[in-house]
Design a protein around this ligand. Structure first.
Ligand code: HEC
Ligand code: HEC
Ligand code: HEC
Ligand code: HEC
Ligand code: HEC
Ligand code: HEC
Length: 311
């Protein structure tokens, strides 16, 4: 998450792709990189608009926030490592630019700029105001641990008295909402009437819809499976123990003594089919409609072949 937003010079993806180009309808988009500085251009064959890229969003797939004549735009095209190359920015596929000026991207006003940087950077918003001067790219410590600055100062003196508030003591429901500030909470998805495959990227929503979820049981909280301080673990077997904490008869005695849950039974049924790599079958990978981004469905379930995507 520390790489959710980057500044020029910190961009290995574009360094390896010095010239990217794609044609979309009457417009040709080009992203060129020289010595770590990239430019974004759109041309209709007679006229070309070129702007420098200052803001790189995304650690894998990349979208750029561009500035031109005091206006801000989400780039119309993005870089997808899975192609690898440029294609429409996810969600902006249906934009119909009327001229070259509009073809640069989707204009984003101040309120959207604020939330966009609010999720991808730290200390970008001060008392409700966008402050580019104080912005630090990526989701840094302060974002999740209020008052970390004093904590870091203290830790240099080996004094951990002002450790950040212990997030582990929160319920799994609270943790889901905490992570859901950015990953979108169940309420946010329902309130916006988001449906279909695109909801797969909203893990707090998908997880809450799973029979496994119990807001009072720490074994199913986001941080039972993820350490937010390191990259996500991409090895199926490493999650087995997380599932078996509930789905194994053997876990009953040990975990029910240690973890008292008021709502769910201490253990759930075990699998008749397999004893390992649980997530490979029960948390399937789902591609977004544009085919370039893949997410893991957190609606843990028995997947039936050919079933429609469950909402
Ligand atoms: C301030 C916003 C914010 C909060 C709060 C937040 N995240 Fe994230 N997280 C992001 C962004 C943005 C990314 C995408 C980084 C990228 O790929 O560009 C991300 C990515 C991730 C990833 C994928 C990382 C990878 O290696 O691919 C995981 C896992 C994750 N977050 C888990 C969590 C958990 C668990 C919590 C709650 C404890 C949480 N996040 C809270 C913004 C946030
Ligand atoms: C409510 C918080 C939030 C807002 C607002 C937000 N993002 Fe994100 N963004 C995330 C999270 C969390 C991820 C991690 C991937 C995921 O789980 O969807 C992400 C992922 C991305 C990615 C990686 C590719 C992808 O689509 O997964 C890009 C690029 C991106 N965001 C760009 C933007 C831009 C540009 C804006 C503003 C116009 C923006 N985001 C607004 C939270 C946010
Ligand atoms: C996306 C949110 C997020 C970010 C960013 C984040 N943390 Fe945390 N941190 C958590 C959560 C949730 C916990 C409690 C669960 C845990 O221990 O993993 C935690 C726990 C901790 C703990 C207590 C761990 C322990 O074993 O007692 C320390 C210390 C800490 N974080 C320091 C940092 C520092 C330093 C950074 C920046 C490099 C940072 N965190 C960034 C969410 C975050
Ligand atoms: C029972 C375990 C489990 C729980 C609980 C869990 N995750 Fe995950 N998560 C996974 C697995 C497995 C992956 C896929 C890892 C891989 O790519 O191999 C994953 C991947 C992710 C990713 C990377 C993008 C993607 O969809 O592949 C994000 C972001 C994420 N989880 C966020 C969350 C958040 C936020 C929560 C809490 C609402 C949460 N997770 C709860 C197991 C879990
Ligand atoms: C907090 C405890 C808990 C955790 C952790 C947990 N589950 Fe569950 N799970 C349950 C409960 C409770 C049910 C519903 C009752 C039952 O089936 O015994 C359930 C149901 C299921 C079902 C049947 C769902 C259906 O559609 O009928 C599957 C499959 C499943 N879990 C797989 C998993 C996998 C795989 C993991 C790890 C990625 C996991 N569970 C993690 C508690 C948990
Ligand atoms: C190869 C795919 C696969 C793997 C790997 C797998 N499962 Fe399953 N699981 C299934 C299928 C298929 C069913 C439905 C079986 C049926 O209905 O006859 C199922 C059923 C279940 C159920 C529901 C049982 C019931 O009686 O309702 C649970 C719980 C479950 N699995 C948990 C797990 C756990 C935990 C793991 C890892 C230790 C795991 N599964 C590994 C395919 C798998």
């Amino acid at each position: 998450m520390g790489r959710a937003l980057a500044l020029p010079g910190a961009n290995p993806a574009l360094r390896n792709e010095p010239k990217l180009t794609v044609r979309k309808g009457p417009y040709t988009y080009t992203v060129e990189t020289h010595e770590d500085q990239s430019t974004y251009s759109v041309s209709d064959g007679t006229r070309t608009i070129t702007v420098p890229i200052h803001w790189y969003f995304g650690a894998g797939a990349q979208t750029w926030v561009l500035e031109r004549d005091g206006h801000r735009y989400e780039s119309a095209v993005s870089y997808y490592p899975s192609i690898p190359g440029l294609d429409f920015t996810t969600g902006d596929e249906d934009l119909k630019p009327r001229n070259l000026d509009e073809a640069i991207g989707r204009e984003i006003g101040m309120p959207e700029t604020r939330v966009c940087f609010g999720c991808h950077a730290s200390t970008a918003v001060n008392k409700g105001k966008m402050t580019f001067e104080s912005l630090r790219p990526g989701v840094t410590c302060e974002h999740c641990h209020a008052g970390t600055n004093t904590h870091l100062a203290d830790s240099i003196n080996d004094d951990f008295d002002s450790a950040p508030p212990d997030l582990r003591k929160r319920s799994s429901e609270d943790i889901s909402n905490f992570c859901g500030q950015c990953h979108r909470s169940w309420e946010t998805v329902v309130r916006n009437h988001w449906r279909g495959e695109l909801t797969v990227r909203f893990q707090p929503y998908r997880l809450a819809n799973s029979k496994c979820f119990d807001g009072g049981d720490p074994r199913i909280s986001c941080i039972a499976c993820h350490d937010p301080h390191v990259d996500v673990v991409r090895q199926d077997s490493s999650y087995d123990a997380k599932c078996l904490a509930c789905h194994s008869p053997a876990s009953t005695a040990a975990s029910s003594a240690a973890i008292v849950s008021s709502i769910s039974p201490p253990h759930a049924k075990s699998c008749p089919t397999a004893q390992s790599d649980c997530v490979s079958c029960h948390m399937p990978k789902v591609k977004l409609p544009n085919g370039h981004l893949t997410f893991t469905d957190h609606q843990i379930r028995i997947v039936k072949p050919g079933e429609p995507f469950p909402n």
